[in-house]
Design a binder for this molecule. Structure first.
Ligand SMILES: [Zn+2]
Length: 322
């Protein structure tokens, strides 16, 4: 749970109306965000109204190992902090995996060289300042909720369909992390106990059906040929039998898996990010099937394409900062 400008309330204080502490502080603060990705580290400085002041990118080069990457994050922070020298600034860091609340070590990071290292503790020691650390799905949901397709909605469900599958939940401008920090771990919700094995130890996880990797693997399995997601979708649109069948199954699995989350969360809007977000079928046939599967006589939750694209991670990082 983190304070943001959108949580501000107006209070009556001694003869004048004034904003509460959250809002008052955000007026004077800049927001630094750092997005640690598998291929690049991106940094941003936003002003108090979340307008971009500076953006910097550098290569992650995860294959160099943990310590050089740690050093690059420190260097990125130094460059961004220099932009707002003398001013107060929050700091948020977006990671591809998450920090285990039990061990404090980074886990489930696709830049696997970084897994098993105490990234949060090492940064705390080296930066010597408070910061927030959130996984990329939560940062995506936060950015889209405050400045993107979910803006103006109370409860935003952000679904990331890419190489893997994740989700983030933002309620009234705050990331909903849950007791163990696993809220939104939708990718590892099993939708078929007899389904394919997942690296998480379960079988039939959503990620095994709705990721780009899974779709490509299914195509390979059924045709013996390789094609990326864009090509499979293109072939389905042109009536290619195997691709049509795969896309049809994919959309039904999408609708079924999202309906499970809707049954618990009943969000005001669903925003889709990741490489598969460009698939028009998700917002048309996918949304229609979702509507039919939700257990209610009326369902009109919008299913929207993200607006911030690849910038959502770094903007979200800046927005969750402390
Ligand atoms: Zn799994």
């Amino acid at each position: 749970m983190r304070a943001t400008a959108s949580n501000a309330r107006i209070k009556w204080m001694g003869g004048i109306f004034r904003m509460d502490a959250d809002k008052e502080n955000s007026k004077e603060r800049f927001h630094i965000g750092i997005d640690l990705g598998g291929t690049k580290i991106e940094g941003i400085v936003l002003d108090h109204q979340y307008r971009e002041c500076r953006r910097i990118r550098m290569e992650t080069r995860a294959s160099d190992g943990y310590l050089p990457v740690l050093q690059r994050i420190i260097e990125m922070h130094s460059q961004l902090a220099a932009v707002v020298l003398g001013e107060e600034a929050t700091l948020g860091i977006c990671t591809p995996g998450s920090i285990s609340k039990t061990t404090g070590l980074l886990k489930n990071c696709n830049a696997t060289e970084l897994n098993g290292h105490p990234l949060q503790a090492d940064l705390r020691q080296r930066l010597g300042r408070p910061f927030a650390m959130e996984n990329d799905a939560n940062c995506f949901a936060m950015a889209e909720a405050l400045q993107g397709a979910g803006s103006g909605h109370g409860c935003v469900l952000g679904l990331v369909l890419g190489t893997g599958v994740g989700a983030g939940i933002v309620v009234d401008g705050r990331v909903w992390s849950g007791r163990h920090g696993i809220a939104g771990e939708w990718g590892h919700m099993s939708i078929d106990p007899g389904g394919p094995a997942c690296y998480c130890g379960r079988q039939g996880c959503v990620e095994r059906y709705l990721s780009g990797t899974a779709l490509e693997a299914s195509y390979r399995q059924s045709t013996g040929q390789s094609a990326d997601v864009a090509r499979v979708v293109e072939m389905a649109r042109h009536g290619d039998g195997a691709a049509v069948e795969l896309l049809d199954r994919f959309l039904s699995q999408f609708a079924g898996a999202v309906a499970n989350v809707v049954a618990v969360l009943d969000p005001d809007v669903i925003v889709i990010g990741g490489g598969l977000a460009s698939m028009d079928e998700l917002y048309e046939e996918g949304a229609l099937r979702l509507q039919r599967m939700v257990f209610n006589d009326d369902f009109h939750t919008p299913v929207l394409r993200n607006r911030l694209g690849n910038s959502a991670g770094v903007i979200g990082a800046a927005m969750v900062g402390v």
